[in-house]
Design a protein around this ligand. Structure first.
Ligand code: NOJ
Length: 749
């Protein structure tokens, strides 16, 4: 039997997250340039660098401000001719010739759109995330963009929050690995390269924990939870060399992030040694007024700058009030100087002083063939197979006619997902188009959408769709959410399929034909009923430009699903928040009891089983974190550890046998979880500490090796110190967060 050395890959992941280059070392020549420039600047010119405007489109109006030295950065200008015109004004007509930093939200692709980040996270493949970010940077930089506001690495444990689409889901470790990979992809090997764009991990910090899953809502994350769960992805991004950070909209325990010196100074600068640029979110500075944290715009400028913000996005209070505040002595001259140093340092690192202009004729880079191929691979790896009864998938040779139904089958705008400003639907390849073009010679394709768009409540077309579909050997129904239903400020209180999509699925079920449901959505939806009605369910999140060919190849068996859920799927909204890495209660549930209808009428006061669960929903989710089927099956056997006792300096070496027990060559995402049994504070019942994609041929068995340094078991303890506490631990190697047999080991002091 071959021994597959996964340890090296595992260490590579750890290296990426925890040991990579970190903040760029201070370059003495570059620092001298910063100081020279700074010494020539007036107070007003310095403060001008701290101001970011959104493009008005009109060069003349913007030129006036640039000439006055009032603008350090412009966001949302994507016309390379205009970018060059603006840079020319900055370089040639402003007193000091400081180039502009051109920014844009390039979140999951510029023109070639990749799966939404939540979908990318389902691949558990940092290489594909890095490749996607690299391509995004190549395309965006070709029009002059050198700064993206990505990756979003907010831990999100509430799928009602529309922005869950933009991040990597609920898990700290997965988000750390994927986020760091994206930073690397955007920034390339050196910021100085013309195809490198500065990354901006956001939103710093806690934004994903808004009360009730409402956007912009307050968070109440105590320091230990902040440090153990919400901060590590940001620290991993800093170690991956992230050039900038964005403050978040939320107030945490009463302090808006834009005015929070504890996170911006103590943690980001002092603890992590960050020397890049901190920008506010869009008007998050002035939003401290409605928050009730600042009385007026002057106080906004005072509080944000003194908390550690370097650049203000669009709300203009810095330009208006910082000169006066500095003269009054309320803002120290060195505070302004440090902010400007951070901005100039980044502009120098990006090479903007030497190469401020962009070649205006790089159109062929956009939607390049190789970019589309990578986007397709990402969409294949992002798909999660949730159900496959009687191995209905992949579609077999005897299928002669397929019915394509549902509002998402041919929705070129909506399959792109949220935060798409530049990708055009004309380039989208939908499932309908792909099935017809790629498999039209094998099967007859009949199409009847039944509903026009996901929210369509007009049921008139449903009967026609069912009648048409009844003529086929199998029904492929594409449902989900339009792109606009997730993303910023698009939260939902209910997560059922919108419109009449459930009625459509019920009508299709009544045809008696095999029913495959393909979901494209920005978040987990509560689809228990639809899963029951379907023979197979493939969950694609929003798969981007190349979603169609990816899904077609998955359905017809050219590709085998390998995605795993990056977030727990609830059965019903009332179970939220529901996530696998929760702490235990003193009365953990015994099983997945649902006792609602077992309680006798007029029962006397009773505490039932004295356990922590819902009478009507039990405790189990619809699908746990890490879950995802394949067309094949995998058996995990013989899990063994190198020792049953380790010291903090040791590395836990794990070996196990993985066997592909099915009929297809396929990839399994192997997951490694641990539990710290007893500690100075209660610890999660399980935490992901490693994963690896392993490809095995049908029938193949390999011994797989994985490693976890014991130091990775450290957490912020009762004394708010990050330590490994000696004691008993459990370890699982499994295909999802709810499976596997526990292996015990000890850490000794
Ligand atoms: C507001 C969003 O919260 C942020 O993520 C985005 O980068 C900025 N607007 C700029 O568009």
């Amino acid at each position: 039997m071959k021994i597959l050395k996964v340890c090296s890959a595992c260490l590579l992941l750890l290296a990426l997250v925890f040991c990579s280059k970190g903040p760029e070392p201070k370059d003495k020549v570059l620092e001298a340039k910063v100081e020279r420039l700074l010494s020539q600047m007036t107070l007003e010119e310095k403060i001008g660098q701290m101001n970011q405007i959104s493009s008005f489109g009109n060069i003349e109006d913007m030129s006036v401000l640039i000439k006055r030295g009032e603008v350090g950065s412009i966001l949302n200008e994507v016309d390379p001719v205009k970018v060059n015109a603006l840079q020319r004004v900055a370089m040639e007509e402003s007193r000091l010739g400081i180039p502009l930093l051109i920014a844009r939200d390039v979140i999951h692709g510029f023109k070639t759109i990749f799966p939404i980040p939540l979908g990318q996270a389902a691949s558990f493949n940092p290489e594909i995330a890095e490749a996607g970010a690299r391509i995004s940077a190549i395309e965006a930089s070709s029009v002059g963009i050198r700064w993206t506001f990505a990756p979003m690495i907010d831990i999100a444990r509430d799928p009602r929050w529309g922005r869950i689409a933009e991040g990597c889901g609920e898990d700290t470790y997965l988000t750390s690995v994927m986020g760091a990979a994206m930073v690397k992809g955007y920034q390339g090997d050196s910021l100085n390269h013309p195809t490198s764009i500065a990354a901006c991990p956001k939103h710093f910090v806690g934004y994903g924990a808004g009360e009730g899953g409402r956007d912009y809502a307050s968070t109440f994350i105590p320091e230990r939870l902040l440090r153990n769960v919400y901060l590590p992805p940001f620290e991993a991004a800093a170690r991956a060399g992230a050039a900038t950070y964005m403050t978040s909209f939320n107030d945490n325990d009463g302090v808006p992030s834009t005015g929070n010196a504890f996170i911006l100074k103590n943690i980001l600068r002092d603890e992590w040694g960050f020397d890049g640029l901190v920008v506010t979110d869009w008007a998050s500075a002035v939003e401290m007024i409605p928050h009730g944290f600042a009385a007026n715009e002057k106080e906004v400028a005072l509080k944000s700058v003194n908390a550690g913000v370097d650049m203000e996005m669009v709300s203009y209070t810095f330009v208006k009030y910082l000169p006066g505040l500095t003269k009054e002595g309320k803002v120290k001259q060195h505070t302004i100087d440090n902010a400007v140093r951070n901005i100039l340092r980044l502009k120098l690192r990006l090479g903007l002083f030497d190469n401020p202009f962009v070649d205006e004729n790089q159109g062929s880079v956009l939607y390049a063939e190789s970019h589309l191929e990578t986007a397709k691979k990402a969409a294949v790896e992002s798909a999660v197979l949730l159900k496959n009864e009687n191995e209905i998938l992949p579609l077999k040779e005897n299928i002669k006619t397929v019915a394509v139904v549902g509002p998402m089958a041919d929705a070129p705008h909506d399959q792109l997902g949220t935060w798409v400003f530049d990708g055009e639907k004309a380039h989208t390849q939908t499932p309908l188009k792909a099935i017809r073009e790629m498999y039209g010679d094998k099967v007859q394709v009949i199409y009847e959408p039944g509903l026009k768009y996901s929210r369509d409540r007009n049921t008139e077309g449903i009967a026609r769709a069912a009648t048409t579909a009844a003529r086929a050997d199998v029904i492929l129904t594409f449902v989900g959410e339009e792109a606009i239903l997730s993303g910023e400020a698009h939260c939902l209180a209910d997560l059922k399929l919108v419109g009449a999509q459930s009625e459509l699925i019920a009508a299709l079920r009544n045809t008696g034909k095999p029913l495959v449901t393909i979901v494209m959505a920005g978040r987990p939806l509560t689809i228990r009923k639809e899963v029951e009605l379907s023979d197979a369910v493939l969950y694609n999140f929003h798969p981007g430009t190349m979603g169609g060919p990816a899904i077609a190849d998955l359905l017809f068996g050219k590709e085998v699903p390998s995605g795993k859920l990056p977030v727990t799927f609830p059965k019903m909204v009332g179970q939220i928040p529901i996530y696998y890495a929760h702490n235990n209660t003193g009365r953990p549930p015994l099983g997945n009891e649902t006792l609602l209808y077992d309680i006798p009428v007029e029962a006397g006061q009773t505490s039932l089983g004295n356990r922590s669960f819902y009478l009507d929903a039990g405790v189990d989710p619809l699908y746990p974190f890490g879950y995802g089927l394949s067309y094949t099956t995998f058996a995990y056997n013989n899990i063994r550890l190198s020792s049953n006792e380790y010291t903090e300096q040791d590395t836990i070496k794990i070996a196990f046998d993985l066997e592909n027990t099915g009929k297809y060559t396929a990839t399994e995402v192997v997951q490694l979880y641990i539990q710290d049994k007893v500690a100075s504070v209660t610890r999660p019942v399980k935490e992901l500490k490693g994963f690896e994609r392993i490809t095995l041929k049908a029938g193949e068995k390999q011994t797989i090796a994985m490693e976890v340094p014991v130091s990775e078991l450290a957490f912020w303890n009762i004394d708010m110190v990050k330590v490994v506490e000696p004691g008993d631990f459990g370890l699982w190697i499994a295909g999802d967060s709810q499976s596997g047999n526990e292996v015990l080991f000890k850490v000794v002091g």
